[in-house]
Write a protein that binds this ligand. Structure first.
Ligand SMILES: [Zn+2]
Length: 222
C-alpha cells in the first residue's frame, strides 16, 4: 500500500517556471535539490519513481533514469515495479563517478530531473557526487532506496543520503498488523527467517517481508 507522498514537488518547481517560448535548454529548475525517498521492501518505491518520471515526460520534459548494476552488462538496466510497469534505465556500478555520468547526460541534451533507484547501493563518495551535481549543475536528483537491511542496519547509500539529502520522504507500507512497516526480514525458500548473511544477496531464492519493529523483533527472536 503506497500512501500519497508529494513526489510532484520537484516537478512543480519546473512546471511553475516552464516559460513558454524559451528554448528547452534554458529551462532549469530554480530549486534543484537532492531528494531521498526511502522505504522498506515492497512499499512500491519503484512505482512512485516511474510515476514521478512520467509526470515530467507528460509535460514534454526529459528525465534520466539510473539503477544499480549487479552484473557486467554495462548500461543495460530496467526499473520495474511489482504492479507491472517498467522503464529501461542506465546503470551505476560500484566506484563509478556519478557527477561525470550526470554531466555527460546533461551535456547531451535537456534533462529536467535525474531519478536513481536502488540508491541504498550507492557508496558515500557517489552520494557526494550527486550532491555536487545538484549544486553545480542545477539538476534535481530524486533517489529511491531502502533504509535498513534485514539485520536492521542502514545501507551505506542510505546512511549518506540521510546525512546529505535536502529533502527526505518516506514511501510507506504496512505490517500485517496494520502498523507502519519500517523493518524487513529475509527468509529462505522454506520460510525460515535468516539472521546472518551478506547485506546484498543477488539471485538467490530468498524472499523479504516488511514488518513493524515489534513484529520484526518477534520474527528474528530478539
Ligand atoms: Zn506489526
Amino acid at each position: 500500500m503506497v500512501a500519497p507522498i508529494d513526489w510532484e514537488l520537484a516537478a512543480t518547481h519546473v512546471n511553475g517556471h516552464a516559460c513558454k517560448g524559451v528554448p528547452t535548454t534554458f529551462i532549469r529548475p530554480p530549486m534543484a535539490k537532492l531528494y531521498f525517498n526511502y522505504s522498506t521492501m515492497n512499499a512500491g518505491k519503484s512505482t512512485v519513481l516511474l510515476q514521478a518520471s512520467h509526470n515530467y515526460i507528460e509535460r514534454g520534459m526529459q528525465t534520466y533514469l539510473i539503477t544499480a548494476r549487479f552484473d557486467n552488462r554495462a548500461g543495460e538496466g530496467r526499473i520495474a515495479s511489482r504492479i507491472g510497469i517498467g522503464q529501461d534505465a542506465d546503470t551505476f556500478a560500484a566506484g563509478e563517478d556519478l557527477f561525470a555520468k550526470i554531466k555527460a547526460r546533461i551535456d547531451d541534451g535537456p534533462c529536467a530531473c535525474v531519478f536513481i533507484d536502488e540508491a541504498q547501493f550507492l557508496d558515500r563518495d557517489q552520494v557526494w557526487q550527486l550532491a555536487r551535481a545538484v549544486d553545480d549543475l542545477g539538476v534535481p536528483i530524486m533517489c529511491f532506496g531502502l533504509r535498513v537491511d534485514f539485520q536492521g542496519n542502514l545501507f551505506p547509500g542510505s546512511a549518506a543520503l540521510l546525512a546529505l539529502a535536502d529533502e527526505m520522504r518516506e514511501v510507506r507500507t504496512i505490517c500485517h498488523c496494520g502498523k507502519k512497516a519500517t523493518m524487513v526480514i529475509r527468509q529462505d525458500e522454506d520460510g525460515n527467517v535468516l539472521r546472518d548473511g551478506d547485506q546484498v544477496q543477488v539471485g538467490g531464492n530468498e524472499s523479504y517481508v516488511s514488518l513493524c519493529r515489534r513484529h520484526w523483533r518477534e520474527a528474528v527472536g530478539d
